[in-house]
Write a protein that binds this ligand. Structure first.
Ligand code: GRF
Length: 200
């Protein structure tokens, strides 16, 4: 399958997917990294792996609408079978979400439906939960609310701060995201209402 990754920053989840593709653990090919941030470290990771980079610089568009149009055009140009949001830090417009319904997944650093939106790890600490984790889910028009593909749990320690907790969750993200991408690329996922069925 043709995979396009959309990332805004560090790109460690992107890296985890690249490595799983290189090992041929995931059947597919990363055909583009699309980023809204010309300074994203993910760009260097793409160059290192020989993945074409498309920068759609949010700051260079006069309006959110024009930016979204350019982003959609960049995605279409890459003809993806799967779009992965791997640390894309903006809310996607509904035109893009509709275009890639059932073909776009996101990784979120909490056990959804808890702690949607930004700073999920901080929200978990403030709430005092003892277990949190990460979720890979299909993207729909709700914020972090689409059908869940898989989740991995992480314990919250008494002395955790945002960084230590985020790092412990990140280790699980790097397992969960490639796993979900593999299931998708092997055509083993079906969406049935809110639920995702996984074929063994
Ligand atoms: C991850 O925690 C991801 O769940 C969240 O943003 C972070 C991105 O990290 N959406 P990275 O860019 O993949 O290193």
């Amino acid at each position: 399958k043709r995979i396009v990754v959309v990332a805004s920053g560090r790109g460690s989840n992107f890296q985890a997917v690249i490595e799983a593709l290189q090992r041929k653990w995931i059947p597919g090919e990363c055909v583009a990294l699309v980023t809204d941030n010309p300074k994203a470290f993910a760009i260097e990771r793409a160059q290192e792996a020989g993945v074409p980079v498309v920068v759609v610089d949010y700051g260079s568009y006069a309006s959110r609408e024009l930016y979204e149009q350019a982003l959609l055009a960049a995605l279409k140009e890459a003809r993806p079978d799967l779009v992965i949001l791997a640390g894309y830090m903006r809310i996607l417009g509904s035109a893009i979400v509709r275009e890639y319904a059932g073909m776009m997944i996101n990784i979120h650093p909490a056990l959804l439906p808890s702690f949607t939106g930004l700073h999920a790890q901080r929200q978990a600490l403030l709430h005092g939960v003892k277990i949190t984790g990460c979720t890979v889910h299909f993207v729909d028009e709700s914020l972090d609310g689409g059908p869940i593909i898989l989740q991995r749990s992480v314990r919250v320690m008494d002395d955790d701060d945002e960084d230590t907790l985020a790092n412990r969750i990140l280790i699980q993200e790097h397992i969960a995201l490639p796993e979900a991408v593999r299931l998708f690329c092997e055509d083993r996922l079906t969406i049935e209402g809110r639920r995702v069925r996984t074929r063994l």
